[in-house]
Design a protein around this ligand. Structure first.
Ligand SMILES: CC(C)(COP(=O)(O)OP(=O)(O)OC[C@H]1O[C@@H](n2cnc3c(N)ncnc32)[C@H](O[C@H]2O[C@H](COP(=O)(O)OP(=O)(O)OP(=O)(O)O)[C@@H](O)[C@H]2O)[C@@H]1O)[C@@H](O)C(=O)NCCC(=O)NCCS
Ligand SMILES: Nc1ncnc2[nH]cnc12
Length: 297
C-alpha cells in the first residue's frame, strides 16, 4: 500500500480534485484518506497507553501489526460507506456496512477490537462527506457535520439508546453513566468538530508541525471526552486520572512548551503502569485527521 509509506502524510485536500473526477474516484480518494488517517494515528508517538510503532502501550494483545491488518481489512468499507453517502443510503444500510466491517476487522485481527470506534465514527463521516459531494455542498467541517445530522441524526439518536450487545462500552455506560461512542454519534461527533479538529488547526496555525498538531489534538480529546475504554480498564479513578493528566498537559501549553515531549512520555509511562488506554480518543483523533485532510476550513 504505497500511500501508507510516509510517516506523517499531508494529503491533498479534496477540493483540488479535477472537476471531472467522478463520484467513484471521489469515494476511492476519501477511503484512502480515511485509512491514511488511521495510519497517522497509529504511527504518532508518544501516545499515552496506546499502541504505536515504538511499543504496545498498555496492551498485551495488540501490536502495530494488528492495527495494520485491521486497516487493510477496512479499505473496502470506507469506499462503500462513502459511496452509500453519495447514494443517500438510509441509516440501516450504513449500519449493515458497519456490522460487516466489524466482522472483517475481527477476522483480520483474530478477534481483537482494534477499530470499532473508528469504524463507527470515520464511517459516518465518510458517508456525510459523500452526501456533501452528491449535493454539491463545499466540503467545510461545518457542512459535513450539518449533513451528518440532517441525514442520519434522528437514526443516530435512536442508535444511542439502543442497548446493543453487552459490549464494554455498554457496561461502562451502565456502571459509570459514561456517555461514549453512541452519544458522540447522536450529537454529530462534537468532540471531533469542536475539540480535536480545532486543536489540530490551532497548532498548525501557530507554525508547529503535523506531529505536534496531532499530539495536541489527542491530549485535548483525552481531556474532554468520556472514553468508555478508559472506564472499562480503570473505572472512575482511571477516567479522572486520564482527564487530570491530559488537562495538565494542555494547561502547560501542549506542544508549545519546550519540554512537551518529556511530559507526553511521562504520561505514556504512567498510563502503561496503570494499564490505561484512551482508545476512544485515539479513534476520534483519526476522525479529526480525516476532516483536516478533506475539509477546506
Ligand atoms: C456504536 C458502536 C461504536 C458500539 O458502541 P458500544 O459503546 O456499544 O460498544 P463498544 O464495543 O464498547 O465500542 C465502543 C468503541 O468506541 C470507542 N470509544 C470509546 N469511547 C468513545 C467515545 N467517547 N467517543 C468515541 N468513541 C469511543 C472505543 O474504541 C476504542 O477502544 C477499543 C478497545 O476497546 P475494547 O474492546 O473495550 O478493548 P480492550 O480495552 O482491549 O478491552 P478487553 O479486551 O481487555 O476487554 C480500541 O481499539 C478503539 O477502537 C470502543 O471500543 C458501534 O460499534 C456500533 O454501533 N456498531 C454496530 C454497527 C453500526 O451500527 N454502525 C453504525 C454505522 S457505521
Ligand atoms: N493506537 C491505538 N492503541 C490502542 N487502542 C487504539 N484504538 C485506536 N487506536 C489505538
Amino acid at each position: 500500500m504505497p500511500e501508507l509509506i510516509a510517516l506523517h502524510p499531508t494529503p491533498t485536500p479534496t477540493p483540488r480534485l479535477p472537476a471531472a473526477a467522478g463520484a467513484r474516484a471521489f469515494a476511492q480518494r476519501i477511503a484512502r484518506l480515511a485509512v491514511r488517517s488511521l495510519y497517522a494515528e497509529l504511527v504518532l508517538y508518544p501516545k499515552p497507553g496506546l499502541v504505536s510503532l515504538v511499543d504496545n502501550g498498555s496492551h498485551a494483545d495488540m501490536t502495530a501489526a494488528t492495527f495494520m491488518r485491521s486497516m487493510f481489512a477496512l479499505r473496502r468499507y470506507f469506499l462503500d460507506i462513502t459511496q452509500a453517502g453519495v447514494d443517500d443510503a438510509p441509516f440501516h444500510a450504513l449500519k449493515r456496512l458497519g456490522i460487516d466491517a466489524e466482522a472483517r476487522m475481527l477476522r483480520a485481527t483474530a478477534g481483537i477490537n482494534t477499530h470499532r470506534g473508528a469504524i463507527f465514527c470515520l464511517g459516518m463521516l465518510c458517508a456525510a462527506i459523500g452526501r456533501c459531494r452528491a449535493r454539491g455542498v463545499p466540503l467545510t467541517a461545518a457542512a459535513v457535520q450539518a449533513m451528518l445530522l440532517q441525514c442520519w441524526g434522528h437514526a443516530l439518536g435512536a442508535h444511542s439508546i439502543d442497548a446493543g450487545a453487552a459490549s464494554n462500552g455498554a457496561q461502562a455506560r451502565l456502571a459509570y453513566a459514561a456517555s461514549g461512542a453512541r452519544e458522540e454519534g447522536a450529537r454529530g461527533f462534537p468532540s471531533v468538530f469542536a475539540v480535536g479538529l480545532p486543536a489540530l488547526r490551532r497548532t498548525l496555525a501557530e507554525g508547529r508541525g503535523m506531529r505536534e498538531a496531532r499530539i495536541d489534538a489527542l491530549f485535548a480529546l483525552m481531556a474532554h471526552i468520556s472514553d468508555t475504554n478508559v472506564y472499562h480498564r480503570g473505572g472512575i479513578e482511571g477516567a479522572l486520572s486520564v482527564r487530570r493528566r491530559a488537562r495538565a498537559f494542555v494547561a502547560c501549553g501542549g506542544t508549545a512548551s519546550p519540554d512537551w515531549e518529556a511530559r507526553a512520555l511521562a504520561c505514556h509511562r504512567a498510563f502503561v503502569a496503570s494499564r490505561l488506554s484512551p482508545g476512544g480518543a485515539a479513534d476520534l483523533l483519526g476522525a479529526a485527521c480525516l476532516l483536516q485532510a478533506v475539509t477546506v476550513n
